[in-house]
Ligand binder design. Structure first.
Ligand code: AMP
Length: 216
């Protein structure tokens, strides 16, 4: 299945995508993760991207489209993929359509995780991630048993550089102005599904599976 995961920063796309990866055996392709890796590796692409990411702005389309083009031609995406954080605007969505058209592999579903904007600030400021295994926590809603340590592997937890109040406000603005129009874009293509992203994480996952059936 070829799936685009849509939703505001903090809506839970990453968390839910990881579960789908385990169940569907297709990779999660996150441009945010790819860019953060380029930043920590100190590549020239990473250096260019960092200034935008620190401000909560979108990295130029040419940069992310280049990353996606390479990634979607790797063998592990043969049976499908879950795009998380891409596309972020209509021009990226059009580029994606043309790339997938060329590959003869159009999207099956665009799934929106819908969370009220007022809930997102607390989700994002409380978010912590394990450096070793990527497990995610929230210090307000789902804290680790031992502060700063991962329950699963004991690794250290970190807070993303862009999960601070000022940058979050900017990211939410960018979401509303640039990314939200994608909801209509995919609705018009007839592949949009919407899941309410509030409440219990397991219950949300079950609702996602219901929406993906029979595409799963
Ligand atoms: P994320 O992890 O998806 O929240 O992305 C973190 C940051 O990476 C964003 O605030 C942007 O600066 C950048 N980024 C990630 N994906 C994209 C994209 N598709 N287009 C432009 N910038 C992106």
């Amino acid at each position: 299945m070829r799936l685009v995961f849509l939703g505001a920063p903090g809506a839970g796309k990453g968390t839910q995508a990881k579960r789908l990866v385990d169940q569907l055996k297709i990779p999660q392709v996150s441009t945010g993760d790819m860019l953060r890796k380029a930043v920590s590796d100190g590549t020239s692409l990473g250096k260019e991207a960092k200034s935008y990411m620190d401000k909560g702005e979108l990295v130029p389309d040419s940069v992310v489209i280049g990353l996606i083009k390479e990634r979607l031609q790797e063998a592990d995406t043969e049976n499908g993929f879950i795009l998380d954080g891409f596309p972020r605007n209509v021009s990226q969505a059009k580029e994606l359509d043309s790339l997938l058209g060329d590959l003869g592999k159009p999207l099956d579903v665009a799934l929106v995780l819908d969370v009220p904007i007022d809930d997102l600030m607390k989700r994002l400021t409380g978010r912590r991630t394990c450096k070793s295994c990527g497990q995610m926590y929230n210090v307000y809603f789902s804290p680790p048993k031992v502060e700063g340590k991962c329950d699963v592997c004991g690794g250290d937890l970190y807070q993303r550089a862009d999960d601070n109040e000022e940058t979050i406000k900017k990211r939410l603005d960018v979401y509303q102005s640039s990314t939200e129009p994608l909801i209509d874009y995919y609705k018009n293509k007839g592949i949009l599904k919407i899941v309410q992203g509030t409440g219990d994480i397991n219950a949300i996952y079950r609702k996602i599976l219901v929406q993906l059936n029979p595409a799963v």
